[in-house]
Design a protein around this ligand. Structure first.
Ligand SMILES: [Zn+2]
Length: 681
């Protein structure tokens, strides 16, 4: 018997980890894909006339067990993987993508969806149902469902070309990164570099059978060099090499690929009826239109520029004392580090004894209790995928979601292991939904890589790890408090530029002395974290914030401009990537331009990854979280009325337009001033 193909006979129908063996996955996937396909066929070939319930709703609830098993499998592939699981993942991924493209290309199914969409006046739909209908219909249309056969073929060809060219772009950047290394034999040339980094450089040399040291263009090697090397010529050389990546007119040059990718994206957008690729992307974002994004970026640029200029002025005077008359971009990190050290040096090791993992966890649970009335009770009768995982029953003080006080199941997996990937993330094993009148509560998981406790010392966190836990727990609350009808609009299933609000919002509490002092206590002496250390933490958070803001805005403006209507008239022969970039980023650049370097040719975020017409969202999300927290600050950071309004925002998931949700909570649109106030006082 394959446990993945049965109804889980466990507490809360949680994943039966003890019974699942690796050999169960592949047959379960194959069978569940077949079952789901039959469900889709049944919806598509229904002889009854299409209506909201037998088409849109039926589709939303279809493929339930396949989702559950996919979640278990892919969550484990991130948190507790091995060669066998990775091998299965390679077999399963194409099966799943074939399955989903079969759905999006199912013409009978789309015909029924379109009928319901076109006749929507016939139905009395609530707000969430209306959203589900729109999103379902748009999902198909954006994949080309309304195109004639010839245009469908064109779209398919464009998508294929785009994925190949994006892949090639990334491979070129990788090759250019790996093809260069700097061999250094005289240790004097590396003056200023910390010992731990020197050891890493020596290791790199050894791997190449060389004496001395090797520095590469990989970030863990390159960034420390730019930050610490006193040798200005060396910094210059490395910065030039890095800036010339895929911009040398050799076989790895990305200039033509940029033009081709930009052109193809524009063609795709036009084929689907949009003015530009940015219009196509932003239709599905909180920001909605390129005009809104440009307005946002330019407003922030105008207001942050004076702060950035002030910071650079301070750095320039430091550099001048070293005899540098004209500071260059390759001097920035070095002098910024010098200044940071002089002003706010604060050591991770100094802070760690004050941040015991158990106490930080207790604090974040306490915060959720104070804001939303949630209680976290550790339980031991739920199966786990690893003994280190902790399980909690999340309860509400009053019965809000049905007959009892159960809100969610929470898994917490804090420490690194061989089978766990790096970083920290929130995920879910089961999403929340209401089906047949029953509110089925979610199973949420938080996964981190914090230092393990030893026999003598508990797990102690750096301050950055403290904020990481709050961040992921903020995402977790978005999942835990979910209270919607349909699983695909539940919890974190929100627009892409809205999803980081709950996580970044919670991080703000880590900088509030009043709250910090309740849990930042020395694990041996019980001493509360001293005020001057708290001050240093918040000062160093905002260090060089103006410069960083302008840098991010430069990337954002460049990304948006590439994907705006200029692509329409872009002539591949005469278009000059370097000129275009220099002009577009002229206001965000604070140092002299170098004629030999460019950033576009290694801008993998937008030409290889999924951030095209989306880079702005980093800053956008910061404005959202700063503005939301500002509201609390003005009225008390634990203010119950505001917390209640915020809970509505979290519970609503993707059922409402995010700007509407935000305005209902805040009373107005998010304001750039809140971010400026937080960053610059
Ligand atoms: Zn996040």
């Amino acid at each position: 018997m394959n446990p993945l193909l049965q109804k889980f006979n466990t507490k809360y129908n949680s994943a039966p980890f003890n019974e699942i063996k690796e050999e169960h996955y592949l047959p379960a996937f194959k069978e569940l894909i077949e079952i789901s396909k039959k469900e889709i066929e049944k919806i598509a070939n229904n002889t009854e006339e299409a209506n909201f319930s037998n088409t849109i709703e039926a589709l939303a609830y279809s493929g339930e067990q396949l989702d559950v098993v996919s979640n278990i499998f892919f969550n484990l592939n991130s948190a507790e993987t091995n060669d066998e699981i990775q091998k299965i993942a390679q077999e399963v991924s194409p099966l799943l993508s074939e399955y989903s493209s079969q759905i999006s290309q199912n013409e009978e199914l789309f015909a029924r969806i379109k009928k319901v969409f076109d006749e929507q006046e016939k139905y009395t739909l609530n707000e969430e149902q209306q959203m589900l209908l729109n999103e379902t219909y748009k999902g198909f249309v954006r994949n080309g469902a309304l195109l004639n056969d010839e245009d469908k073929k064109k779209l398919e060809k464009i998508n294929m070309d785009l994925s190949l060219k994006s892949l090639q772009f990334g491979q070129n950047v990788l090759a250019e990164t790996n093809n260069y290394f700097k061999h250094i034999t005289d240790k004097k040339d590396l003056a200023g570099i910390p010992d731990a980094i020197l050891a890493q450089y020596a290791e790199e040399a050894k791997e190449r059978n060389l004496e001395g040291y090797v520095v590469t263009l990989q970030y863990p090697s390159y960034i420390p060099l730019m930050t610490y090397a006193e040798n200005r010529e060396l910094r210059k050389e490395l910065a030039l090499e890095s800036g010339k990546k895929a911009f040398k007119n050799n076989e790895f040059d990305n200039q033509n690929l940029i033009k081709e990718i930009v052109k193809l994206r524009q063609e795709k957008a036009e084929l689907l009826g949009y003015k530009s690729f940015a219009d196509y992307v932003l239709e599905e974002r909180m920001a909605k239109s390129p005009a809104k994004v440009f307005e946002f970026l330019n407003e922030l640029l105008e207001k942050a520029t004076p702060f950035a200029q002030k910071e650079i002025k301070e750095l320039k005077s430091l550099a001048k004392a070293d005899g540098i008359e004209e500071m260059q971009s390759y001097d920035h990190a070095f002098y910024a580090e010098k200044l940071r050290k002089a002003k706010y040096d604060i050591d991770d090791e100094e802070l760690k004894p004050y941040f015991q993992l158990d106490k930080v966890e207790e604090a974040v649970f306490g915060l959720a209790n104070q804001l939303f009335g949630l209680e976290f009770v550790e339980i031991n009768d739920v199966q786990k995928y690893h003994p280190e995982v902790k399980t909690y029953e999340v309860r509400s003080q009053k019965s809000e979601y049905g007959s009892n006080n159960f809100v969610a199941l929470l898994y917490a997996d804090y420490h690194p292991r061989k089978g766990k990937r790096a970083g920290a993330w929130m995920t879910s094993f089961k999403s929340q939904k209401i089906e047949n009148g029953e509110n089925i509560r979610p199973h949420i998981s938080v996964v981190c890589n914090f230092t393990k406790p030893t026999a003598e010392t508990p797990s102690l966190l750096t301050f950055q790890e403290v904020t990481t836990l709050f961040h992921e727990f903020g995402h977790a609350l978005h999942g835990i408090l979910a209270n919607t009808q349909y699983p695909n609009l539940s919890g974190t299933s929100v627009k892409w530029d809205f999803v980081e609000l709950p996580s970044q919002f919670l991080e703000n509490y880590c900088y509030e002395p009043e709250f910090l002092k309740t849990f930042a206590k020395h694990y041996q002496t019980g001493e509360v974290l001293p005020d001057e250390k708290i001050q240093k933490i918040s000062d160093s958070k905002n260090f060089m914030e103006g410069y960083q803001t302008l840098r991010q805005l430069g990337f954002g403006i460049l990304d948006m401009t590439y994907h705006s209507e200029i692509a329409k008239s872009l002539d591949v022969k005469s278009f000059d990537v370097k000129n275009f970039e220099d002009e577009t980023t002229s206001k965000t650049n604070l140092y002299p331009k170098n004629p030999e370097t460019v950033m576009s040719t290694s801008f993998s975020h937008i030409f290889q990854g999924g951030y095209s017409a989306g880079y702005y969202s980093y800053k956008w999300a910061e404005v959202l979280d700063a503005d939301a927290f500002q509201y609390f600050k003005e009225n008390g950071i634990f203010n119950p009325e505001i917390a209640a309004k915020y809970k509505v925002l979290l519970s609503s998931g993707g059922t409402k337009d995010p700007m509407e949700l935000y305005k209902n909570f805040r009373g107005s649109e998010p304001k750039v001033e809140s971010l400026l106030k937080r960053a610059f006082g």
